[in-house]
Every structure is written in structure tokens, then in C-alpha cells.
Design a protein around this ligand. Structure first.
Ligand SMILES: *Cc1c(COP(=O)(O)O)cnc(C)c1O
Length: 369
């Protein structure tokens, strides 16, 4: 395919390529139609048929007994952690680069009174098993220690660039949890991306987990919502906590209808998102001045670093790109993030690539190098 020219004037009004996140997708016509005609009722009273349909389908897909729609991934993780850690003084072992630890306002501590025990995340999103075991509190010291109750993993691992935890690794962590009488929660905001990238059925991938939180509004492309899954007993407790947190939302069938369409239509598109991400990563890595660890691009996410000694900054590149309708996320003065999703076409990728090339050159021209 011929790369499209990156032309400011031509593209200014007509074209937006939004690569900030996979949360930015717009509901498709099919989703809007499903929302408009969704059968609904009061979900807090437990009667919304479309919500029940989504929850039944998600429980089955994830290989768990039950599921619960929640407003966001953040609330999903909070509810799961709090449901597992229902005793004051509970402690949770989690990655020091995990979403729960970094990006969720410390809610497990501030709202739940749960003590986090961060353990080093490796570059691939894993936590060394021996470090996990070493972090488990000795019950003999309970006069002093908090009580370890839960281990959290994240798959795919967002801050590692969307890398996947293998089923073997997940099973091993599950074994450690069992051995010590702990529960295992997986923050599976993008678990479908991981499942597709690994070629492992999603229910198998999370088999060792007692609970999983899955975002519908990320790569799957639904406008709003997450689902948590676990045992019937777990979900019954979780439902009560959802109400406590203000997440009981009445006629949610409207949202669940869109999610059902998203599951049906978009899971199958993730593989193509990953291919486009690799294509874009390869192209970006060839641009002098930019650096991408191509091997780490396993799913739909790319971190782009500005090479050391370069005159450009992430801010300047982001601004240049934005003027041409391409939206990126700036991670640091020298790092940007790009996320692919089903509404980014192969042509968009070529256009973005051509603009990146121009951006690196253009910024240098602007500052007179
Ligand atoms: C986005 C995300 C969440 C939180 O989801 P929200 O719906 O934005 O609250 C949790 N974990 C990971 C890994 C995520 O990427």
C-alpha cells in the first residue's frame, strides 16, 4: 500500500485518527440500534433482561459461575479486591507497576481499608513467583503483620505496553495462592487482547483466578462498562458492594445491549488490531529519532521513545501530530503511547506513520536544525 501523504490542509477537517486509547471508540450503528431497542427493567431489583443476558454470556465465556455488570474497570477491581479482603487488616500483593496500584486513586486503601503490598513488576508484566511467595505474610506474625488475603495480576499488562501473561505463569501463581489459602484476582481490562494474542481461550487463561474484571469499553469497543466474574457466592457479595459504592444503575440494559454487540462483533477484530500495531511499531522503529521495542508489542499498544540526544520532545511531536488530526497520549517528556482499536483502519496507520516521519523532520525544521 502506498503511504498517504501527510497533508495538513487536506486532512485538517476531515480526518481524526484517535490513537490515545482504545477507550475512545464510538458506538457503531449496530450498537446504537441495539441500544435503542433494548429490553430494559430495573437492574437494582435484578430484573433487567438485557443485563442478565450479558452477565450470563460473560460468565460462560470466562468459565465462571456468575458475572456482574459494573460501571467501570476501576469499580470492578475495587469491588473484587474488597470482596476478597472482607476482614480489616487484609493485605493484597500486587505489581508495583499495576493499574490497581498506580491509576485507581489508591481506592483499595482509601475506601476499602485494604493494605497494598507492591512487588516489583518485570518488564513483561509478570511478578517473580519467588517474590510473590516472599511477600506473603507469615501467619505466625499476626500480632504485627497485616493478613495476606489476595494476589492480583494484570493481563494484558497496560504499563508494560500491553504484554501478556501466559497461561503457564497464571497457573503457577494460582498454585501459590492455593497453597497459602489466598485468592487470585486478575485485572483483565484487556483479557480478550491477551487471549487472542496468546491463542489461548479466555476461560482457560483465567482458570486459576477466583475473580476477573473485564473492560467492555477498551478493545472490545463498547461505550461504557465492565463485567466482573467469579463464583455465585462471590458475585452475590459483589452485588451488594456495587450498591454500596453507588454502582447500582437501574435500566442498564441500554448499556449492556451495546456490550453484547461489541462482544459479538469486535472480539474477532482484535487480531487485526494487533497486526496493525506491529506494522505501526515496525514503521515507527525505522524512523530516525524514534525508538520502539518492537518485540514488546504483543497486543494493541505501543510505547514510542524519543531517542536520546534528539532535538525533539514528545510534547512537540504530539502537538505536530494533533495539528494533523492524529491524537496521541504523552507519557513523559520523551515517551508517547499509541493504542490501536477496531476503528483505526490500515489506511489510518499508514497516514499516522507518514505524519510521524514528517513530525520528526518538521519539528527539526521548525526549530531550525
Ligand atoms: C482501563 C483499565 C482499568 C480501569 O478501567 P476504567 O473503566 O477506566 O475504570 C483497569 N485496569 C487496566 C489494566 C486498565 O487498562
Amino acid at each position: 500500500m502506498v503511504a498517504e501523504k501527510c497533508n495538513f490542509k487536506e486532512n485538517m477537517v476531515t480526518r481524526i485518527v484517535d490513537l490515545r486509547s482504545d477507550t475512545v471508540t464510538k458506538p457503531t450503528e449496530a450498537m446504537r440500534a441495539a441500544m435503542a431497542s433494548a429490553e430494559v427493567d430495573d437492574d437494582v431489583l435484578g430484573n433487567d433482561p438485557t443485563a442478565l443476558r450479558l452477565e450470563t454470556e460473560m460468565a460462560k465465556t470466562m468459565g465462571k459461575e456468575a458475572a456482574l455488570f459494573v460501571p467501570s474497570g476501576t469499580m470492578g477491581n475495587l469491588i473484587c479486591v474488597l470482596t476478597h479482603c472482607d476482614v480489616r487488616g487484609s493485605e493484597v500483593i500486587l505489581g508495583d507497576n499495576s493499574h490497581i496500584y498506580i491509576f485507581e486513586n489508591g481506592g483499595i486503601a482509601t475506601i476499602g481499608g485494604v493494605h497494598p503490598r507492591p512487588v516489583k513488576n518485570n518488564d513483561d508484566g509478570t511478578i517473580d513467583i519467588d517474590l510473590i511467595e516472599a511477600a506473603i505474610r507469615d501467619p505466625m506474625g499476626e500480632l504485627f503483620y497485616p493478613t495476606t488475603k489476595l494476589i492480583c495480576l494484570e493481563n494484558s499488562h497496560a504499563n508494560s505496553g500491553g504484554r501478556c501473561l501466559s497461561v503457564e505463569y497464571t497457573d503457577r501463581v494460582g498454585k501459590v495462592a492455593k497453597k497459602h489459602g489466598l485468592k487470585l484476582h486478575i485485572d483483565g481490562a484487556r483479557i480478550f487482547n491477551a487471549s487472542v494474542a496468546l491463542g489461548v481461550p479466555v476461560d482457560r487463561l483465567v482458570q486459576a483466578a477466583d475473580s476477573v474484571s473485564v473492560c467492555l469499553s477498551k478493545g472490545i469497543g463498547a461505550p461504557v462498562g465492565s463485567v466482573i466474574v467469579g463464583s455465585k457466592n462471590f458475585i452475590a457479595k459483589a452485588r451488594r458492594l456495587r450498591k454500596t459504592l453507588g454502582g447500582g444503575m437501574r435500566q442498564i440494559g441500554i448499556l449492556c445491549a451495546a456490550a453484547l454487540v461489541a462482544l459479538q462483533e469486535n472480539v474477532g477484530k482484535l487480531e487485526s488490531d494487533h497486526k496493525k500495531a506491529r506494522l505501526l511499531a515496525d514503521g515507527l522503529n525505522e524512523i530516525k529519532g524514534l525508538k520502539v521495542d518492537v518485540c514488546s508489542v504483543e497486543t494493541n499498544m505501543i510505547f514510542i521513545d524519543i531517542e536520546e540526544g534528539s532535538w525533539t520532545t514528545a510534547e512537540m511531536i504530539c502537538k505536530y501530530m494533533e495539528e494533523r488530526g492524529i491524537l496521541l497520549m504523552q507519557e513523559s517528556p520523551s515517551r508517547m503511547r499509541v493504542v490501536l482499536h477496531h476503528q483505526i483502519s490500515a489506511t489510518d496507520v499508514q497516514y499516522a506513520l507518514s505524519c510521524f516521519q514528517q513530525a520528526v523532520k518538521g519539528v527539526q525544521n521548525e526549530i531550525g536544525i
